[in-house]
Design a protein around this ligand. Structure first.
Ligand SMILES: Nc1nc2c(ncn2[C@@H]2O[C@H](COP(=O)(O)OP(=O)(O)OP(=O)(O)O)[C@@H](O)[C@H]2O)c(=O)[nH]1
Ligand SMILES: [Mg+2]
Length: 325
């Protein structure tokens, strides 16, 4: 499901204008193609009008409802994301309202089509058309809030990250420790890397191929030790860690101002997900070798990229074996 390609939801008047314009055009073509008396010409043109309005409006409304994902069919990650960022009951209600409008338009069209067909008075026929347009407008007016809500939801969904259903490695750690740098070293991804904290504001993904299969990496925005007070980006990262990650790489940085005790506390929280965690020590190139070796002795941590890759592919093979069972 691609959340980024949902087309814009316009105001109701936009759809009505398109339908009424198309109806006028079709009716005039019809009228000029007929060789009969004036009243019959007008009647046929009016029937063409209501048929065109129905066709245009129901097609437009159908394409809106079809472009939104089926919320109940979403996987746990995207369902969690919708739930965390959008009032999903309201979203379902709004999609239901658009469906209702489609049915109402068909009902009204059938009713007024029949009235026009049976009509033998020009003034009454014109009044019927006017009433038909008026009733359609009032149907749209009733659901104008739903159109606005769908557009608001679309804008939120547009920023959802695309995470594929593949074996996934989530890179976690404090801000500025080198998570995005690690992603760029492990994959062909080119995330934004800056010498300050909170650079990553969405979930960056990257891939590497191993034995003709893809391993997905998700670089999470720097997470502080505050799982209870998360903003939307942190919530997204949390959901990806919970539902998408098969294993974690936890990045330690002992050149940073974040105290080691705090970094260890965050790691402890990560352990609650109950998934394998590979520890990585970044920035060893600028660390005094003495400091690095003392840290590595105390912590089961990996400073070498090739060894890190090996550990990842080992976990991947374990996962594949498990999946085949
Ligand atoms: N010398 C050195 N610098 C590094 C290394 N890894 C990262 N850096 C630098 O550390 C800074 C932060 O790197 P990022 O990769 O953006 O860190 P991040 O953890 O993704 O940061 P946030 O997205 O803000 O959480 C940048 O200036 C990087 O160039 C490394 O192994 N060695
Ligand atoms: Mg980053």
């Amino acid at each position: 499901m691609s959340f980024n390609s949902i087309p814009k939801v316009d105001k109701p008047s936009f759809y009505l204008d398109i339908a009424f314009r198309a109806a006028r055009k079709r009716a005039s073509i019809k009228k000029s193609s007929l060789k009969t008396n004036k009243f019959l010409k007008e009647k046929t043109a009016n029937i063409e009008k209501v048929d065109t309005v129905r066709k245009v409006l129901t097609t437009k409304l159908n394409s809106i409802t079809k472009s939104f994902p089926n919320i109940d069919g979403l996987n746990d990650f995207y369902f969690g994301l919708v739930n965390a960022t959008i009032d999903y009951k309201e979203l379902k209600k709004s999609l239901g309202a658009i469906n209702w409008a489609g049915k109402k338009i068909s009902e009204l069209t059938s009713l007024y089509r029949l009235k026009i067909k049976r009509c033998d008075d020009r003034a009454i026929m014109n009044k019927d058309i006017k009433n038909y347009y008026g009733r359609l407008s009032s149907v749209f007016k009733q659901i104008s809030k739903n159109f606005a809500f769908l557009e608001e939801s679309r804008r939120t969904m547009r920023d959802f990250p695309t995470i594929k259903e593949l074996f996934t490695v989530a890179i976690a750690g404090f801000p500025n420790v080198g998570k995005s740098t690690l992603l760029s070293k492990l994959t062909t991804s080119t995330p934004e890397i800056k010498p300050y904290a909170f650079t990553t504001k969405t979930l960056n993904t990257g891939y590497f191929s191993f034995r003709y299969q893809k391993i997905q990496f998700v670089d999470t925005p720097g997470t502080l030790n505050r799982i209870n007070k998360m903003n939307d980006i942190e919530k997204t990262a949390y959901l990806a860690m919970k539902h998408c990650a098969d294993i974690f790489i936890y990045v330690y940085d002992i050149t940073e101002p974040y105290p080691l005790a705090e970094q260890k506390k965050l790691l402890k929280k990560l352990k609650k997900f109950d998934k394998p965690i590979i520890l990585y020590l970044s920035k060893t190139d600028i660390l005094p070798s003495e400091k690095t070796s003392v840290f590595l002795k105390k912590n089961k941590c990996e400073p070498d990229l090739d060894v890190l890759k090996k550990k990842i592919t080992n976990e991947f093979m374990k996962y594949m074996k498990y999946m085949k069972k």
